[in-house]
Design a protein around this ligand. Structure first.
Ligand SMILES: [Zn+2]
Ligand SMILES: [Zn+2]
Length: 411
């Protein structure tokens, strides 16, 4: 069995949710430091504020699990507080700069698969394949360290892709300045395209994740309900009004959770909601978010409640560069992949597009690929698994493409 599959299985056994990727980061850092990469980890990677950081006890429990699993204590100390993730750089003489991004985090799903590398942590599972992405990144690092090239390579091991929280932060790192080419991608996604490289994508969505708290006032429900302010009623009204907002097929909205109240005979004093908005264009999404805020203000006036609205994650869509995607397609066959020129319609959201957006603004080119392979169940399902044979092909593809880009004249 290849080292890459070994790595994937080790990562699969120790799944970690967004901003708790202590074991995964440390594993990548340990491997890459042996290969001569310069490592950057901890708070220096966080140049802008974080969204949706887990509560302190969750962070501490995850850190202790990583310690028990054998993570390097020096790495753990630098990541304390949830400053997970890694950027590794290697510079050899002068030449173009290529940045590749791999996501580290798992999903909050209880695994039902019965495999020897099953998740050891209840409630957490690599049900999206990011264990494969991280393993590919580590193996690519080893290949590149052994091959000749000149220029600069940045390998980004990004935390918190699920809930789209890490991409915005890591894409802004000053370490990535001067990137000429940016590459990232996802394995699986489609089940009918074994060993297929989709060299470009379309229809990824702009999205915002919102945490809402509705504050009212609780009193006895029968003695003097008029003296209370019913947060549950206001929240229910809010949900109904929010669902009226998407007015065309370009925008979507979902309220995923609503919890409220403390007892049957008590007017509910507080309600909490978790919602998300999506839009296929930035303009339509901005308009939806504006209407979202106005609806909250309207509910405050109608019910006398106070509503706080906190951003818990966000992603944009910035289309990949056609020239780079066409060049990438040329490397498919040698890596054992069939190239599919039709863009793959993503429909969901992905925070890698923050990197593409920045690189394009700074005059470089960015691409995002789908590596089609057999999946056993849909992504985020308790039975999710993928054909591990794709990993070696992804490593070969990224290695060849990176070296080709490094040998290109500097942009
Ligand atoms: Zn996912
Ligand atoms: Zn994913």
């Amino acid at each position: 069995m290849s080292h890459c599959i070994d790595l994937r299985r080790a990562l699969h056994r120790h799944p970690e949710a967004g901003f708790t990727e202590f074991f995964s980061t440390s594993l990548a850092a340990t491997e890459l430091s042996r290969q001569g990469w310069t490592l950057h980890l901890g708070q220096e990677l966080y140049e802008t504020a974080r969204l949706g950081v887990p509560e302190q006890p969750v962070l501490e429990a995850a850190l202790e699990r990583a310690r028990a699993a054998g993570a390097d204590p020096v790495h753990l100390e630098r990541m304390a507080g949830g400053y997970t993730g890694l950027i590794a750089t290697m510079q050899r003489e002068t030449g173009p700069t290529v940045t590749l991004r791999f996501d580290l985090d798992c999903v909050e799903v209880q695994e039902d698969l019965d495999v020897p590398w099953k998740s050891l942590t209840p409630g957490l599972m690599h049900a999206c394949g990011h264990d494969g992405h991280t393993a590919v990144g580590i193996e690519l690092a080893r290949r590149l360290s052994e091959l000749p090239w000149t220029g600069r390579v940045n390998l980004v091991f990004q935390p918190a892709e699920e809930g789209v929280r890490g991409g915005s932060i890591f894409s802004q790192s000053s370490l990535l300045q001067g990137t000429d080419y940016f590459l990232s991608g996802h394995l699986g996604i489609t089940n009918d395209a074994e060993d297929t490289l989709y060299s470009t994508v379309s229809h990824s969505m702009n999205t915002s994740k919102w945490d809402l708290t509705v504050k009212g006032e609780s009193v006895h429900a029968a003695l003097y309900p008029e003296q209370g302010i019913n947060a549950l009623l206001a929240a229910a009204d809010l949900v109904v009004e929010l669902y009226r907002l998407p007015d065309n097929d370009q925008t979507q909205l979902n309220v995923g959770t609503l919890t409220a109240g403390t007892g049957r005979n008590v007017v509910a004093g507080e309600a909490k909601l978790r919602a998300e908005t999506r839009g296929s264009s930035r303009e339509s999404h901005d308009r939806l978010n504006q209407a979202f805020g106005e609806t909250c203000r309207e509910m405050e006036r109608r019910h006398g409640v106070r509503i706080s609205q906190t951003l818990a994650g966000e992603a944009i869509y910035s289309p990949p560069h056609p020239e780079l995607c066409a060049l990438a397609a040329g490397q498919a066959e040698a890596a054992g992949l069939r190239s599919e020129p039709k863009p793959y319609p993503m429909m969901g959201s992905e925070d890698a597009f923050y990197f593409i957006d920045r690189v394009h603004r700074e005059g470089g080119q960015g691409a995002y690929f789908i590596f089609g392979t057999a999946i056993r169940a849909p992504h985020h399902n308790p039975m999710f698994d993928f054909n591990e044979a794709i990993l070696e092909k992804m490593v070969s593809f990224y290695t060849a493409l990176t070296r080709e880009l490094l040998s290109a004249p500097r942009r």
